[in-house]
Design a protein around this ligand. Structure first.
Ligand code: CA
Ligand code: CA
Length: 301
């Protein structure tokens, strides 16, 4: 029987002291249900942010204890399937986000799914692109609220985190203590007003340690077309520098390029992109094409 984590099994900060809600073997498939980032508190356009219980923001489901994982291991989490609910929520809050200086009114908008589109105010349709905002493992020490991204993952809000992608995390504590939440039916890079189309959902994953990638700068991601180094820092400048150096580290230490070749190929074919610019730490990713890695004879485990 497949292990299932339900959306009432939540935590609000990644930390070593969390109690696992399930123990699974490496490679075993797990189904995880998630709340939206408001834990379902906003249901209609009349539910404004000032009615929120802020102690119930950004729940992540889990954590799941992955047997046989120990600190320093690189854990690959394969996102096999992902579904989002038919309704999602967007909000504005004066003072918050990249336009907080201009936004003067709280507003809650309910968006509906229609086939492969998300419908905004009954007239604008954008492509449905489900993605996971909060995903990660417990850090080796300390406690990171789920609203904050970091080296452990967390609230990275990276639009690449979706079905078909694999994410790599460096394990901080025995069992890894993996969790996820904050699904979006769609979200633009930057997440400028502090939200995407916030929705409950469900996903299926499996996780295993990859010995050949020990020392990989994480969080790291791969999908069919690209690999990406993800980096969070207090400023966008630091995050951009961190993501760039993490990709250069991958290309030199794991792919075997010289610094000059790595740098020139990154400058030629790489893409530096914002994940989000509104959280307590900002997140940037450096993308690099799998097609180039293949020409270099490298295949990612
Ligand atoms: Ca988020
Ligand atoms: Ca969100």
């Amino acid at each position: 029987m497949t292990t299932k984590v339900t959306r009432d099994q939540v935590f609000f900060a990644f930390q070593p002291e969390l109690t696992p809600v399930a123990h699974v073997q490496q490679g075993e498939e797990v189904i995880m249900e998630t709340h939206d980032c408001f834990e379902g508190q906003l249901k209609t356009s009349a539910d404004l942010l000032d009615s929120l219980d802020w102690d119930h923001i950004n729940p992540a489901s889990g954590p799941v204890y992955i047997e046989g994982t120990k600190p320093g291991d690189v854990l690959r989490v394969d996102l096999l399937k992902m579904d989002v609910a038919n309704q999602s929520i967007m909000v504005t809050l004066p003072g918050e986000g990249a336009l907080g200086d201009q936004i003067t009114e709280m507003e809650t908008v309910v968006l509906k799914l229609d086939g492969d589109t998300v419908v905004y105010k009954d007239k604008v349709r954008v492509p449905k692109k489900p993605m996971i905002g909060v995903i990660g493992v417990a850090p080796a020490s300390g406690s990171v609220p789920n609203g904050t991204p970091g080296a452990h993952g967390g609230n990275m809000d990276c639009t690449l985190v979706t079905a078909g992608a694999s994410l790599y995390f460096t394990v901080g504590v025995e069992g890894a203590l993996f969790g996820a939440g904050d699904f979006h039916a769609a979200m633009g890079d930057g997440e400028v007003v502090i939200c995407g189309a916030e929705t409950p959902g469900e996903f299926r994953f499996k996780a295993q340690v990859v010995d050949t990638l020990k020392g990989l700068p994480t969080p790291f991601l791969r999908n069919e077309n690209l690999v990406a180094a993800i980096f969070s820092a207090p400023t966008l400048d630091e995050a951009a520098s961190g993501a760039t150096h993490a990709m250069a580290c991958f290309l030199t230490e794991f792919v075997g390029l010289s610094v000059n070749d790595a740098g020139m190929l990154m400058s030629l074919a790489g893409e530096l992109k914002f994940c989000q610019i509104v959280d307590p730490e900002k997140t940037v990713r450096f993308e690099f094409p799998v097609a180039v890695l293949e020409q270099l004879g490298f295949r990612m485990d």
